[in-house]
Design a protein around this ligand. Structure first.
Ligand code: SF4
Length: 164
């Protein structure tokens, strides 16, 4: 049976198709990666007063929810901004499928002291549906997609695996 597609998988799909293949197929190297550790430190030291990490169905893991139904996703930089935005749109999409509407999202960049407001449009919904079809096709293949060198590779947890 197919595993559910989580928000992290959507994020990785946007960043690198090979990365989402590794992650879905349970090859995880995140714990030792310096960038992941920086992310954890930000997580532990920001927004301390909020209820954090609200997990729904193991599919979405919302960083925190503030009043008036705003879901927050915290990122350390804007480098892969589009992926962070899509991750929170996926949360809004997933909750809408469950009948939860009239909520919105925010991506927070505490290090930059900035936030971006996110709404889910009809176009986003159809993009997410197409993305889910493509993502499932990729992760169910026996091998990961071919390596395409990118700027972000040097900071990726899977660098050593891709570049041995
Ligand atoms: S090292 Fe590069 S190609 Fe490999 S998973 Fe990471 S981002 Fe993708």
């Amino acid at each position: 049976m197919d595993k559910p597609i989580s928000g992290t998988m959507i994020y990785y799909y946007m960043v690198c198709k090979r990365k989402v293949w590794y992650f879905y197929n349970q090859i995880q190297m995140e714990a030792d990666n310096e960038n992941v550790q920086i992310g954890k430190i930000i997580d532990e030291n920001t927004y301390e007063r909020e209820d954090k990490h609200i997990n729904i169905d193991d599919v979405i893991n919302i960083d925190y929810i503030r009043s008036k139904g705003t879901l927050h996703e915290v990122k350390k930089s804007k480098k892969i901004e589009e992926a962070g935005i899509m991750q929170i749109k996926y949360y809004l999409y997933y909750l809408k499928q469950k009948g939860v509407e009239n909520i919105n999202g925010k991506v927070d960049y505490p290090l930059l002291k900035q936030s971006i407001n996110i709404e889910l449009t009809d176009e986003d919904e159809s993009n997410i549906e197409n993305m889910l079809v493509d993502l499932k096709e990729i992760v169910n293949k026996p091998l990961p997609p071919l390596l395409e060198k990118k700027q972000i590779c040097k900071k990726c947890a899977y660098f050593e695996l891709c570049y041995i």
